[in-house]
Design a protein around this ligand. Sequence first.
Ligand code: COA
Length: 603
Amino acid sequence: GRVLLHQEALPSLPVPPLQQTLDRYLQALQPIISEEEWNHTQELVNEFRRPGGVGERLQKGLERRAKKTENWLSDWWLKTAYLEYRLPVVVHSSPGVVLPKQDFLDRQGQLRFAAKLIEGVLDFKTMIDNETLPVEYMGGKPLCMNQYYQILSSCRIPGPKRDSIVNYAKGKKQSRHITVVHNFQFFELDVYNSDGSPLTTDQLFIQLEKIWNTSLQTNKEPIGILTTNHRNSWAKAYNNLLKDKTNKESVRAIEKSIFTVCLDAPMPRVSEDIYKSRVAAQMLHGGGSRWNSGNRWFDKTLQFIIAEDGSCGLVYEHAPSEGPPIVTLLDHIVEYTKKPELIRSPMIPLPMPKKLRFNITPEIKTDIEKAKQNLNIMVQDLDVKVMVFHQFGKNFPKSEKISPDAFIQQALQLAYYRMYGHACATYESASLRMFRLGRTDTIRSTSVDSLKFVQAMDKPDKSVRISKKRNLLRRATQAHREYADMAIRGNAIDRHLLGLKLQAIEDLVSIPELFMDTAYAVAMHFNLSTSQVPAKTDCVMCFGPVVPDGYGVCYNPMAEHINFAISAFNSCAETNAARMAHYLEKALLDMRMLLQSTPKSKL
Ligand code: COA
């Protein structure tokens, strides 16, 4: 009841005014396309916006949709961004989180930590089940809490053209078990006692030991690797896999489970400076078919990964939720694992967790082999670098009265410009959770002001005075903050433009020229795809680039340092994650120096 009341009181996502979006679209194009292209696009915009024209008709359609639905965008977004997206979820969609290294070094420690973690998730789940989860606020406004109710007991199911999501969080079919994977073997572990109380750490530890001891063989078929495939191939393989009754039951048990715990084999040891980058890769893809990629079911919304060597984190399937609710859950778990364990009463023996069996036919075997090949190519292709920027954290920009997020985004602009000599379309996620069922819109970090700043920054001081550069930096960060505010209030341009395009498809009218224009393609080709995912825990989220020649950049600004995870593809000769990290570090330092320098000092 409480949740429903809260949800109903939230405002609906507005449809921004048409003329406003079109003006802002033209503005956003200025720093990323030539004047000639811009003039051409302006003509298309003028045609689109004319009174009684196609723009107005589509806008009216959107406004009607907004009246009829809880959120005019959320269903469309779920389908377009996730369920109809055909690339593998691995690397291309599912984010990972790197947690600080745990100080255990053996199996006992691994299982004890896993048990405590499971207990921590179940503790959080109690708040979800009782509807006692505290409402979150942004800028004093309550946020939509719906995503919290979608992340447990859910799973993505592949389909030939479109995937779907199942959820077993409520009702008679409510899940009572989790899945545990070890050496590519899946187990169904009931995590509630018959009286409905969750299993304690001690009980869970014993159950995990049983699982471990019955899955010591290391030659099992990595069935989970099928979930790493292109969605159409996986959908075919899925139908094939489920023809067998045992396989079907096993897959259903995984899909229905509350979440998955992956007990990973240790990865090869690496030096301290690349350790975190290696863990980020392990979280994103599992390291390939020889390592832990078969120790996953990537369609599962939440998979916690705990390796024997103390590396741990998670990977999550993106369709049901954005990063912030996932990280809030993680913060809760991390705090929970630090609590001292209570002394428990004697334990009643528990049944052996059920092993989920798979019958591998020759056809399934071929599907697994194909999936392995494709996955190993993806693993080779992903270049990921975790950088801990130690020199300062969000306190420094705050002390300069600058939004830390805007400061970091301008540093990314400067780094990119220094590397490539031009600006690119840049995506930053902005939360739309002030609205009912709100997901995200895009903050376009590249602006006329950001371009002016990055162009001036490296000009010799004689030609552009330091005070001028400083003003340009301040102006660029203000422009960024203004765009961010506009986005979180539902007035950004990207989802509105997408809505107009999808409305045209739904109305069966031809797609307006505006969306067939090269400038539109350039605007949607996000060479920098970025996101801030703040956490109390000293962790970092990571994700892959969204275009073949781009970067994925995720960051967690802490008070005195910033955690960055940067990704690129090795197959693109022009991109390099470590190089981007180097330029980013330099940009952050140079920007601090600029703000701190006196008018006479030299940069
Ligand atoms: N002077 C001093 N302090 C300032 C400031 C200024 N000019 N501007 C901002 N600050 C402070 C803020 O008050 C805030 O303080 P806090 O640390 O006490 O909370 C802090 O600096 C951070 O603010 P800012 O850097 O501006 O960012 P934000 O926290 O408002 O976040 C977005 C901005 C866009 C990232 C956020 O609104 C958002 O939408 N996040 C969701 C992103 C998302 O969904 N990502 C996941 C995708 S999977």
